[in-house]
Design a binder for this molecule. Structure first.
Ligand code: SF4
Ligand code: SF4
Length: 560
């Protein structure tokens, strides 16, 4: 390892690293607008200037290679004076409209103006005015006045999305960004530019003006749009999700997420058609009842059916904890002979950037924890056939919409003796259900999922349910920290009466005379980690914020 000195501290570096990269490794923050660790170096903003001993002029740290014995000063008088000058220059034509800018509160320019500028302008001439609202694509709005010409967005489209769509035109203070003739900025990753734009020039049309960033809480989670499981932050105000943003995880998604995941995967959580409280069918209609009444109705209906005549359909959208308890429930209280889940793949969706053609978040987890048929029992095709032919008399399905996946079953489901469904939202299958249990959505529960590559990752509640609100009442601060959620439990807003599937099954098992001793999803995980080979030795602490890779992806026998 070679060595250099930055601000009096001796640090090591590898051949080929630039000064800014070395400094970053040691927690020394050199201001930068145009540099981004995942993009090529353009060196245009000049705010990362530093002084290097024996060099006649200041150098830009993003484009200057570290070399043995170099002595770098990021805080010298000359460096600070240059930084102030660069900031003053960048701000000359900036509109300074922070009070009405969506980026305010998370804006690099705002932060650096506070940290590195003189706080006053000598520019008395009229500022250059440009267009304030230019839709560049379905999700991106451009404010030309705020652009500081860093070119991060252009390089992102060229280098990461591999779809050059935008460029600079004109010169000097007239420079602006346009799409190429006949093109829109509509690549499947375009919204990442709103994250990396260091000012409020590019904003998310799906979110802009919905909230100020400081009004929201953000909770670490993962996207459920496909089996990549991109790491995210879920942003919530008044118990309502307002946006998702990507969270860095080198092994899973780097800095990015796709626009589908960002826009389409969470709105059902806020939707009007959420199942709110347990429902049982009376006189042809679903009626809301208490939990005890629903458990006892479901238990006595299940007892009246032959154990071999019930099919169980788990879910690639549910957590490992949900699927594990579902498998245990089916196999220990019933024969569990007919158990499987529906796979959803879409080759058109997958690409070689992030998007995976398995468009569910946890199919590998569902398999690993045992929601699979034995060699002699019916798989999903056999179950569908059994339902259609009337051989299967009852069906228990969690967190999936069977009729949407198999529309031909619409005419057959009414003939079942019993249909029990766990659902977050009313859907085509709940239309025929005898009992509907309200399932907590991914953003309302703790749990784990396994991505296509075998990385176990955590979900955390960002939105409060009635149960979570009650559970958190009286929790000590240290327990709340362990709980891992940042939502404000006193937040106003609609709280649904919904439970995680594993908890519903625990209640129903009790009504059937079985005692499952789980209080928290962590208890379920501890049991599955000792029962399922692939998870052996993993606990929540290993999973942490960025997941842990399981050692053995081959489905193991689950002891129930
Ligand atoms: S729009 Fe944003 S990211 Fe693009 S060049 Fe301007 S400031 Fe940079
Ligand atoms: S690639 Fe998949 S997991 Fe990642 S954001 Fe898109 S849909 Fe979500």
């Amino acid at each position: 390892m070679s060595k250099l000195v930055i601000d009096g501290q001796e640090v090591e570096f590898q051949h080929g690293q630039t000064i800014i990269e070395v400094a970053r490794n040691y927690g020394i923050d050199i201001p930068h607008f145009c540099w981004h660790p995942e993009l090529s170096v353009s060196g245009n903003c000049r705010v990362c200037l530093v002084e290097v001993e024996k060099m006649p002029k200041l150098v830009i740290s993003c484009a200057t290679l570290a070399s043995e014995g170099m002595v770098v000063n990021t805080q010298s008088e000359k460096t600070i004076a240059a930084r102030n000058a660069v900031m003053e220059f960048i701000l000359i034509n900036h509109p300074l409209d922070c009070p009405i800018c969506d980026e305010a509160g998370e804006c690099k320019l705002q932060d650096y103006t506070n940290q590195h500028s003189l706080g006053e302008s000598r520019f008395v001439e009229e500022k250059q005015h440009k267009e304030k609202r230019v839709p560049l694509g379905p999700y991106i709005m451009f404010d030309a006045e705020r652009c500081i010409m860093c070119s991060r967005c252009i390089r992102f489209c060229d280098e990461v999305a591999k779809d050059p769509e935008i460029t600079f035109i004109k010169r000097g203070d007239r420079v602006t960004i346009v799409t190429y003739p006949g093109k829109e900025m509509d690549n499947p990753y375009a919204l990442n530019t709103t994250d990396i734009c260091p000012v409020g020039a590019l904003t998310n049309r799906d979110f802009r003006f919905n909230a100020r960033v400081w009004e929201m809480s953000s909770t670490n989670s993962i996207c459920v749009g496909c089996s990549r499981g991109c790491n995210t932050e879920v942003w919530v105000r008044n118990n309502e999700i307002l946006r998702l943003t990507p969270r860095f995880n080198e092994a899973v998604n780097g800095y990015w997420m796709c626009d589908h995941g960002r826009i389409n995967t969470w709105k059902f959580v806020n939707a009007e058609d959420r199942v709110n409280g347990p429902q049982i069918r009376r006189d042809g209609s679903l009626v809301k009842v208490g939990w005890d009444e629903a458990y006892s109705a479901a238990a006595s209906a299940l007892k009246s059916i032959g154990k071999d005549d019930i099919a169980f359909i788990g879910s690639p959208f549910a957590t490992n904890e949900d699927n594990y308890v579902f498998s245990k429930f089916a196999k220990s209280l019933f024969s569990g002979k007919h158990i499987d889940f529906i796979r959803y793949t879409d080759p058109q969706f997958g690409d070689d950037i992030l998007k995976n053609s398995d468009v569910t978040p946890n199919s590998l987890g569902a398999e690993l924890v045992g929601v699979i048929p034995s060699k002699t029992s019916k798989n999903i095709d056999g179950i569908i056939e059994g339902i259609a032919s009337g051989k299967i008399k009852a069906l228990y399905i969690i967190e999936d919409d069977l009729v949407a996946a198999y529309p031909e079953l619409e005419s057959v489901l009414p003939k079942l003796d019993l249909l029990i469904v766990h659902a977050t939202n009313f859907n085509k299958t709940t239309n025929f259900a005898d009992v509907v249990f309200p399932a907590a959505a991914f953003a309302e529960k703790n749990g784990t999922m396994v991505n296509f590559d075998g990385v176990v990752q955590r979900l955390r509640p960002a939105v409060a349910t009635v149960e979570l609100d009650r559970a958190m009442d009286g929790m000590s601060m240290s327990r709340l920290d362990k709980f891992g959620t940042k939502f404000d439990k006193w937040a106003q807003g609609n709280k649904r009466d919904a439970l995680p599937t594993w908890k519903i099954l625990t209640g129903l098992a009790a009504a059937l005379g079985a005692k499952y001793k789980y209080q928290m999803s962590e208890d379920v995980f501890a049991e599955l980690a000792s029962a399922v080979d692939a998870f052996k030795g993993i606990d929540y602490d290993d999973i942490g914020e960025t997941g842990t890779k399981i050692k053995n992806k081959i489905a193991a026998t689950v002891k129930v």
